[in-house]
Design a protein around this ligand. Structure first.
Ligand SMILES: C[C@@](CO)(OP(=O)(O)O)[C@H](O)COP(=O)(O)OP(=O)(O)OC[C@H]1O[C@@H](n2ccc(N)nc2=O)[C@H](O)[C@@H]1O
Ligand SMILES: Nc1ncnc2c1ncn2[C@@H]1O[C@H](COP(=O)(O)OP(=O)(O)O)[C@@H](O)[C@H]1O
Length: 284
């Protein structure tokens, strides 16, 4: 009998609708306040439970990230260790999201792996426990595990559900790799934005405190943002390099994208306050 494959587990991307750096902690990490919203563009994962403890990943990105470094295998291993589960899994990743651009695809893949395997292995960890395991692998993983748009504090682990408008976005992926570590190391990064109270979020102008620094160092990001600002309110997500412009109508977003110069790459996406992962979780 052939093994059963559980298919089509989505790992959506996120945007940081704003990102404030409030200070630096003693351990070197930065205190942030950010507003996470998912978008309807996803990597897709399939899983098959196996009898031995082996974890095997098949993907269309393996040449870029070594298996040992892949957050998917690291997440699966962490779940085995936390639960003592004796079996393993074969995992297929269809990588569709641009990597390392502040869209959180790697973190989302890890979150989907934890949520899916917890169900398929019947290990029955709570969402909070999964988020705790995820946080050790990356600061953005908990929000993908909880699956609701959130105002996040700390390094991104203290989450409060919020409902920002689900707008349409034109997202540009500049041809630049921005290292998160380098941005946070830079002496020119502003680190003193006063903390916001949650009830004032929607009435504040939304900014990304990393943007000015990244724009000054990466002409490709400056160019993409400059172009987008001609059409819509626009910002960078995370520590870059991707930038997004906000549109109320899909049609407007598509019309702007159609004018994108041929030396830039981009796509249109819809904001989602509920992750498609949660919808998949409720299906067999
Ligand atoms: C700032 C965000 C916003 O979403 O940027 P993006 O990664 O999405 O661009 C994330 O929280 C990023 O989280 P994560 O992706 O886990 O960060 P990592 O790559 O592990 O961080 C690399 C390095 O950046 C520094 N770092 C990271 C996060 C933080 N709150 N303070 C820091 O000082 C640390 O030196 C860390 O070793
Ligand atoms: N499954 C994965 N998908 C994408 N990146 C991964 C994965 N596993 C590990 N990584 C590493 O994590 C880094 C950050 O990836 P990603 O989450 O896409 O970007 P960001 O953190 O900028 O939002 C990548 O550059 C890559 O080295």
């Amino acid at each position: 009998m052939s093994a059963i494959i559980s298919r089509n587990w989505p790992a959506p991307a996120k945007l940081n609708l704003f990102l404030h750096v409030n200070g630096r902690r003693n351990d070197g990490y930065h205190e942030l306040q950010t507003l996470f919203q998912f978008i309807d563009c996803c990597d897709m994962l399939d899983f098959c439970v196996t009898d031995t403890d082996e974890l095997v990943l098949h993907s269309n990105m393996s040449a870029v990230v070594a298996d040992n470094d892949n957050l998917i295998l690291r997440a699966a291993k962490s779940l085995q260790q936390a639960t003592g589960f004796k079996g393993g899994a074969e995992i297929w990743l269809d990588k569709r999201l641009p990597m390392g651009g502040g869209l959180g695809g790697g973190s989302s893949d890890a979150a989907t792996t934890l949520v899916a395997l917890n169900k398929l292995w019947n290990t029955q960890l709570s969402t909070e426990k999964l988020a705790e395991i995820g946080l050790k692998l990356g600061a953005d993983i908990p929000v993908f595990i909880h699956g609701f748009a959130a105002f996040a504090e700390g390094v991104g682990e203290r989450l409060h559900a919020v409902n920002p408008n689900e707008l349409w976005y034109v997202i540009i992926t500049p041809d630049a790799h921005v290292s998160t570590a380098d941005v946070f190391k830079d002496p020119l990064l502003p680190r003193d934005t006063p903390k916001l109270a949650i009830d004032t979020l929607m009435s504040q102008p939304w900014v990304n405190d990393c943007q000015k620094l990244v724009v000054s160092k990466y002409p490709q990001v400056a160019k993409a943002l400059g172009w987008l600002l001609e059409y819509a309110p626009s910002r960078m997500t995370g520590t870059g390099a991707c930038v997004f412009g906000e549109f109320t109508q899909q049609q407007q977003a598509l019309a702007a994208l159609a004018k994108l110069p041929s030396d830039m790459q981009g796509f249109v996406a819809k904001g989602m306050n509920r992750s498609p992962l949660m919808v998949r979780l409720s299906h067999p």
